[in-house]
Write a protein that binds this ligand. Structure first.
Ligand code: MRU
Length: 352
């Protein structure tokens, strides 16, 4: 399985997702500023992967911070990492997890060496837990998929978007591991092309059959009976089950409903934001216009073209057939079901 991110003696090593599939290159971030930059420029992307990077960013920042100004520097490190991308809640979840540990240790009067050591271990633990969550949610979701049919996915919610294994692609992987001969339709996912560049590459590494579509082909394929289920990841899920995910997900969900095709969302509970009542409150990142006016550096629209580039959209929960988490599967109405999976965790488990 591809290693998305790793803590090493040299720094935080990430596969450079801006270069795939042309080149398998790795970037080493030696301080929190380089980690922040990698998140902002999408060297690393995907909600859970961003969470892992943020945790490691805090840890490496604290390793490099001065003893005298540690508290002030800790706050600054967290602020810088939190300002990178606004939509994926895993980023903030991971920073808060690191902050809680730091503050607790400071309160106990722990020595600075121990604090640094514990933060590094915690960041590594975030990665380990993310992979375990994806494997667990994969098991829960696998039985929901059709036997031997075709599953559509949007963006990249695979090993590359997480600590490893993937969420939406984790569900597909788990089904394939059980002997389900699935076919995957990957939407290219304009403008950043996560589907074409990353999902296709990742599935090919695992020999899972995949066919690439441009985004505007999704409705046609559904209408023709070529899709039996849709499974996507999420960047933030509000308490009512509304789902923010990569731009274009909403259109796919509406088309799926119109076509009578189940639409599944797979995400770890670290992606659920019970603090937001509905998807209307989810901040949507607006990215640079060049992502739309250019393809791989080639200008495809007139210069000075006015551009709209929201990186995510919100799919209202009424379009979502089920939300698959590591603690089990939530079905509508989502309010109570999601809360139980997040708050009660293991006790809300559905052992499918
Ligand atoms: O802008 P990106 O590439 O970070 O967006 C990624 C997505 O929207 C994914 O579908 C989502 O983060 C889920 S990843 C398991």
């Amino acid at each position: 399985m591809v290693k998305t991110i790793e803590w090493t003696a040299d720094g935080v090593v990430m596969i450079d997702q801006t270069k795939l599939p042309a080149e398998e290159a790795y970037v080493t971030c030696r301080d929190h500023l380089e980690v922040a930059d990698a998140i902002r420029t999408m060297v690393i992307r995907g909600a859970p992967a961003i969470g892992c990077a943020a945790a490691m960013g805090v840890a490496i920042g604290v390793l490099k911070a001065s003893d005298e100004e540690l508290d002030a520097e800790f706050d600054e490190i967290c602020e810088i990492l939190a300002s990178t991308r606004p939509t994926a809640v895993n980023l903030f979840w991971a920073i808060e997890r690191m902050r809680k540990l730091y503050c607790g240790l400071r309160k106990q009067g722990a020595g600075l060496d121990l604090i640094r050591q514990r933060l590094v271990s915690e960041a590594q633990q975030v990665l380990v837990e993310d992979i375990a969550s994806n494997q667990a949610l994969g098991k829960h979701g696998a039985s929901l998929l059709p036997s031997g049919g075709t599953v559509m996915t949007h963006c990249n919610a695979g090993a590359l978007a997480t600590g490893g294994y993937g969420t939406a692609l984790g569900v597909i992987r788990a089904a394939v591991d059980r002997g389900n001969a699935l076919d995957v339709l990957a939407n290219e996912t304009r403008p950043f092309m996560q589907g074409a560049r990353l999902t296709v590459w990742e599935l090919q590494q695992d020999d899972i059959p995949v066919t690439l579509l441009t985004d505007n082909m999704a409705g046609h394929m559904m209408q023709r009976g070529c899709v039996q289920a849709v499974v996507v990841g999420a960047d933030r899920i509000a308490a009512n089950g509304d789902v923010a995910n990569k731009i274009g997900t909403y259109s796919v969900a509406v088309l799926a409903k119109e076509s009578g095709i189940p639409f599944y969302v797979a995400a770890p509970t670290s992606t659920v934001d019970l603090g937001l009542a509905s998807g209307e409150e989810i901040p949507i990142e607006e990215r640079a216009p060049e992502e739309v006016t250019q393809v791989q550096g080639l200008q495809i629209a007139p210069h000075e073209t006015r551009v709209c580039n929201p990186a995510f959209d919100v799919t209202p929960s009424r379009f979502v057939t089920a939300i698959i988490t590591e603690n089990g599967v939530a079905v509508p109405p989502y309010g109570g079901a999601l809360r139980a999976l997040v708050v009660e965790g293991a006790s809300g488990r559905d052992e499918t």
